[in-house]
Structures are given as C-alpha cells and as structure tokens.
Design a protein around this ligand. Structure first.
Ligand code: NDP
Length: 604
C-alpha cells in the first residue's frame, strides 16, 4: 500500500524544487536598484493629472494646534479623531489636490479594493454610510474619504498640492516649524505624520525607456484625456491603438480586462504571474450589514481583524478568500497568532499552502483556453510570497483575440524599449501606448524618504539618530528628543492586511495623546528607558520568517529576492493584542509620556 504521507512529502519536495527553479530564473543581481524613481527627467510620470491648475497662494506663517502630514485615510482619520477630542485647528498638508491618498492617485480602469468594503471603509458607523458593493470601486472609496473630511470639517485648514519639506522643533516657542515647498513656515504644537507606504510610483530601469515616442504613463496617474472613458471602462480613445502593459501585480490584473475590452490590441508583458483568486463581487445585501444596528461596522471589522490575525472567532462574518486563507498569511503578517504545537502548525501550514496554490493553478487551466498561455499564467511560489490578487475577469481576458501574453521571465523582464516599442528576446512589439503598472517605491515616503528632515531637540536629525542606534520609539508613535511628534505607520507598531483598521486605531491613539497633553499642559515625549523597554518587547517572541522570504520569488515583500531582515519591526503578538495593549496603556500609563513644560513645574 502507498503511504499517503510519503506521497505528500514527495509532492511537497517537487513543489519546493519547482519554486526554487522559478525563483532562480527571476532573481536579478541589481535587486531593488533595477527600478528608478519618477523624478527629474521622469517627473512627468508622477505629475498630478487630477488637480487642474494649482492656484498661487501666500505662504503661511500662522500657528495651528496640529499639523497632519498626509491626506490619505491615515491623515483623515487622525483629523477626525482629533476633532472628536475637541481639537480646533487641525491642518492637513497633502501633495495631491484633494483628500484620498492612494484612492486620490489610483483611478485606473477597474480599480477596486480587495478588502471587503464593509470592513475597509472606516467610520461607517460614524457617517451612517453603507457601501454599495462587497468590494468597492475606487471612486466610491475616494468619495468616502471626502465624506469623512467634510463631516469633520477638515477642509477648512487643509493645504493641498503642498509637500512638507522639513520639520524643526523650536525650543523657545515649544512648537514645530513646518516648512513646505510652497514657501510656508507655520508653527504647530503637535505634528502627526501619516505619509503612507506605497505612494511614490516607480519605473523599471529598462534601457531606452526615455526614448519611447508613443504615449506613456503610470497606472497611478491614469491619463483619461488620452484613453477616454472612466474607471468603469469605455476607453474609446484606445480603439485602434496597440497598448503595452508592463506589470501584472494587483494593479495590472484589475486594469488589463478593461483595456482588453476597448483597445485595438493589448500586449501584457509579464515577468511573474500573480496568484488570482475568485472575486465574486456583488451588491451589498441586508444579510451583509445590519445598518440599523448600532456599531455593526465596528463589530464586522473587529471580526475580520481577529481572523486575519490568527485569533479564534465563533463566526466568520466576511467569509471571503482572505478569511478562508488567513493562516497562509502567517509568514507575511509577522505577528500572526499561532496555536498549538509549532511543528504541527508548520506541517499543516505547508500542506494548506500547497493545496491552495494547486487550486489556483488549476483555476488558470479552467479559465484560459490556450494551454500554452495558461501554463505561463500559473504562479509557482508560496501564497504569501506575492500580494494575493482577486479577479473573475483577468484570466478570461486572455481568451480574446486582441490580447497577447508576452512572458519575460527568461529575460528578467523587458530587455529594451525603443522609440516605437518594446523588445523581448528576438521580437519587437510596436506600440502606440505603454502603461506602467510597475508599483511603488517601498519605505520612501515621508520621514523615511530622507526628503523630509526632522530636527528635534538640540537640532538632532531623526534619521541620523536612527542610523546610529536603529529606529527607536514607544509603540511606534513617539520618540525621545522629538517632543509632540506622533508617527503613524507600521514601524514598531502592528500590521494587518486591513490597513485602514490599523490606521484608525493609530488615529484614536494619536488623538488621545494630544488630548491628554492639552489637558495637563504638558509635552508628549517618552523617556529613553521607555523606548528601550518597547524595543525589548518587540524582540521577545518575534517569529523567524527570514527563511521564508529568502525562498520566495523576488518582489517588494522580500527586497527583490534578497530576503527580509527579521528585525523587531512590529509587535509580535498580532494587531488585536497590540490594540488591546494600547487601550490598557491609555487607561493606566499615558501620563508616563507627558513631560511638564519648562517653567510650569511649580504650578502643577
Ligand atoms: P507591484 O509592485 O505589486 O507589481 C509591479 C509589477 O510590475 C510586477 O508584476 C512586476 O513583476 C512588474 N515589473 C516590474 N519591473 C518589470 C520589468 N522590468 N519587466 C516586466 N515587468 C516588470 O505593483 P502594483 O501596483 O500592482 O501593486 C502594489 C501594491 O498596491 C499591491 O501589492 C497592494 O498592496 C496595493 N494594491 C492594492 C489593491 C487593493 O485592492 N487593495 C489594488 C492594487 C494595488 P515582478 O512580479 O516580476 O516583479
């Protein structure tokens, strides 16, 4: 009799070998430096196509209570939560021409959020809004960002089409001087940074890219003036055009089906296929939400977070491909809660991962008629190596006569771009239009970019200090030497696939810090000891997933194949436990970060 365990082991070994082979085909010696930023001669790719003409204004020299850097959901939520705490002058500074962040910039055809709208859209309870679709189109999400901003009066003091260029702590006034690229130098008692993670579009450094004479743009700056249509399609301007798309990540797989509907011909230049799971989008039903039931959205969002953080629940309210595959995200979300014996967990994980990826490869065969094309579209890596994607339209697009898949794995991507097209192997593909769905620079926005120097007490530059001693914070938010500066983001904080939930918890925390400092007439600044304790907490029990990322196919999750350092970058016990920890800390220990202002000691 055949031993099923032995068969299972043989299959797993064969898969592992295939994954290794596919990875080796794709690792490039230049790693992350294969990309170039959308600056200088490529600045055109990052220009704002939606803002219209930006009107001149006088530079500001006034004083606000809180300056919030970034007008995406992080900044909007910070603003809203500060308003709920009664803070009056909140000024959000945003590079784009309106609120929305990611959803302001990304308006490409087919854009939808992959996370269920009822848990992704924040403040549904507070605004009374019920999303129309299980997975919302980008425009509905952008409008919700505007809705929250209007409800909490965030437009009054906002600065759009403005980038903060430096933050300098002024000891004499006890305020931050906020300088911008519009000549502003205003003062703020507190600064909250909410600059996002994937906001700077990047381009591949393909030789000859600058010589292309056809029309070209990045998906995060979609040129509807050229293509015609809207995010819902109708791209009539492309009717007779040969369109090339570089990139088949979460963006490419959403845009390609709509391009295919209208363009003369679409060439999809693929380097690594995405895993594309069932989407099954549909209108919101009464069963999905209980909108007349107070707090329904919060309960649903908490339920989703528990599942994707590895916590146990009685009922899966969202019941989609994220929740059914939650355990497979364990290596990605470094803080996923494991249960039971670690060896048994690992063995079960391996089997579940293989089964899921086999299911997804079979899906390609079922959806794509040409076997050669289907073979090239199959993802050969573990589930969490690349961002999972979801579409019911992507694979069928390859059954159309006007869509050609060009696999570039053997040539490490497109080899060359000429004035009239793209070269892969021996073939030149003549194109009228070239669309880059090539993603975003990672960790290069805001303070971490180095383009926004922060000078704290005594002129200490934050990034210089971190370069010497490593990043330091209490809970990821505040740091010694940088009074009244509150950072939002995932560094030394918690991560989840539902990032707006994490941002909302951060916004609540930031607003509570400000409110407490105002009430006590104090400055927010943790001690060095508090930072040391937090870093020790992060290091304790951090799971070792370095091997996993080292074995993965290249991508931005593993620094293009170089692996991911396993440093203590986020709270190791999961987002749910982290949020509980923060809530308890606010109840019992918040006063520890409040320093009495100089000259006020005796009055307290
Ligand atoms: P990605 O970085 O995920 O994808 C970039 C694509 O460009 C990859 O397919 C990459 O191939 C390809 N590429 C890069 N260089 C070359 C080259 N020289 N030749 C050929 N191909 C090349 O960017 P996306 O914009 O797709 O997604 C970024 C992130 O944005 C997602 O991971 C997700 O977090 C978020 N997102 C979320 C959505 C949502 O619904 N919530 C929707 C869309 C995006 P390779 O894989 O080989 O590197």
């Amino acid at each position: 009799m055949t031993d099923p365990q032995a068969v299972g082991n043989r299959e797993l070994a064969a898969l592992k070998e295939r994954y290794r082979f596919e990875r080796e085909r794709r690792v490039r010696p230049d790693g992350a430096s294969q990309y170039q930023s959308t600056e200088a001669e490529f600045g055109y790719y990052a220009a704002d196509p939606y803002a219209g003409e930006v009107s001149e204004r006088e530079p500001l020299r006034d004083i606000v209570d809180v300056a919030v850097i970034g007008g995406g959901f992080g900044g909007i939520l910070a603003g809203a939560r500060l308003r709920q705490q009664g803070v009056e002058r909140v000024r959000i500074i945003e590079k784009g021409g309106d609120f929305g962040g990611t959803w302001y910039w990304n308006r490409y055809p087919g854009i939808h959020c992959d996370i269920e709208s009822h848990v992704y859209l924040p403040m549904l309870d507070e605004t009374g809004y019920v999303p129309e679709w299980k997975y919302a189109p980008g425009e509905e999400i952008r409008r919700h960002a505007v809705r929250i901003s209007e409800k909490f009066d965030l437009y009054t003091d906002a600065l759009f089409s403005t980038a903060v260029t430096s933050l300098t702590w002024d000891e004499a006034s006890g305020k931050w001087i906020v300088a911008t690229d519009r000549g502003d130098a205003f003062s703020a008692t507190y600064v909250v940074t909410a600059t996002g993670t994937l906001s700077e579009p990047k381009l591949p450094g393909i030789p000859g890219i600058e010589t292309f004479q056809g029309h070209t743009f990045h998906t995060s700056r979609w040129d509807y003036a050229y293509t015609g249509g809207t995010p819902d399609g109708g791209l009539t301007g492309l009717a007779k055009k040969r369109v090339g798309v570089v990139g088949t990540g979460a963006t490419g797989i959403q845009a390609i089906p709509l391009l295919a509907e209208d363009a003369g011909h679409v060439y999809v230049f693929q380097r690594t296929p995405s895993s594309v799971d069932v989407r099954a989008n549909r209108r919101t039903t009464a069963q999905d939400v209980a909108a007349d039931d107070e707090g329904w959205a919060r309960r649903r969002r908490d339920n989703f977070l528990r599942i994707v953080s590895g916590e146990t629940v009685e009922e899966d309210l969202v019941a989609d491909r994220w929740t059914s595959s939650a355990v497979l995200l364990e290596k990605l979300v470094g803080s996923f809660r494991r249960h039971g014996d670690p060896a048994a967990f690992e063995a079960a994980y391996e089997l579940a991962d293989a089964a899921k990826m086999n299911e997804l490869r079979t899906r390609v065969e079922e959806c794509v008629t040409d076997p050669d094309t289907a073979e090239k579209l199959k993802p050969w890596y573990r589930y969490a190596c690349k961002r999972p994607t979801f579409s019911d339209k992507y694979y069928p697009a390859f059954n159309r006569d006007n869509v050609t898949l060009v696999d570039t794995a053997d040539t490490h991507g497109i080899e060359r771009i000429t004035p009239h097209g793209v070269v892969v192997g021996d073939t030149t593909y003549e194109l009228d239009c070239l669309v880059f769905a090539t993603g975003f620079s990672v960790g290069t926005s805001g303070i971490l970019s180095g383009k926004l120097p922060v000078h704290g007490r005594g002129g200490t530059q934050l990034l210089h200090a971190w370069a010497q001693r490593g990043p330091r914070s209490l809970h990821g938010f505040t740091g010694n030497g940088f009074p009244n500066l509150i950072q939002m983001g995932s560094l030394q904080n918690a991560a989840s696939v539902n990032f707006t939930h994490v941002l909302d918890e951060q916004a609540v925390h930031a607003a509570a810090l400000v409110a407490a400092a105002e009430a006590r007439d104090a400055v927010i600044e943790p001690s060095c000891d508090a930072e040391d304790d937090w870093i020790a907490t992060l290091a304790k029990g951090a799971p070792d997933h370095e091997w996993f990322h080292a074995e993965c196919t290249p991508g931005y999750y593993n620094r293009e194949g170089r692996g991911r350092p396993n440093g203590p970058n986020s709270y190791p016990h999961g987002a749910v436990a982290f949020h509980d920890l923060l809530a308890r800390w606010r109840e019992t220990s918040l006063d520890e970060v409040l320093q009495v202002k100089k000259g006020k000691e005796r009055t307290r």
